[in-house]
Design a protein. Sequence first.
Length: 277
Amino acid sequence: MPPARPRVLYVTDLAYPARGRRYCDEDILLTSRLRDDFDLALCHPRDAAALMAAFDAVVARNSGPVLDHQDAYDDFRRRALAAGTRVYNPLTGKADMAGKQYLLDLTTAGYPVIPTVDSADDLHLLPEADRYVVKPRIGADSIGLRIVPADGVREQADGDVLIQPRVDFAYEVSFYFIDHDFQYALYAPQTDRRWQLEPYEPTDGDLEFARRFVEWNGLGYGVQRVDACRAPGGELLLVELEDLNPYLSLDALDDPDRDAFVAAMKASLHRFLAVEA
């Protein structure tokens, strides 16, 4: 008999109404291609904990913000860690997977990130600005994000939010990695249209910037997206390091680049499944 193919539970919410994006199209494409190598089933994130024992690995993809199903995600994470379930991305990520604390940690450590504080007492550590970005400490997809004037920012610092200066950036750019290997980059040349993305050719310095955060996160396997902005001085600053279920914008790629990404993801999953638990 031929050897059994690995069984993969692919977690997605095909009905999630993402702004400016169609998550479902991306997951339909990916699962149609991953089926060449794996026995694969799709499920909603609320069903993952109950179903995962029957599979060799769980792939968490476009399941929407965890805030929409926090109780189910917490249960899934707890049970997966206790059972030693293989989850892709692994549940050891230090970035968005664990909340926004990493923005504070990276600021303190001197990394090139938009300066971030969480208390009124630390506001003096931020560059002076006319406006500030206030975002929930636990958040995603810009939920709860507010722009406030300088004279009103102090009263917003209640310990449950992060505060950053509003950066007048030239554009946002995202770098996509599988494991520690760079795959492609996309950018939004129009600052008011975040998800109208075009291919971006990174410089050596750009890639050095992005790799620094991937190395910091320490995930041996999985898909990560490094989001950055081009600051007025020309330098890149980290906006977000998405290591849980990053949207990949595969529709912005041409066929060869899309095929190369899918091939790299297949190879990564095979390596991940071959590692002894």
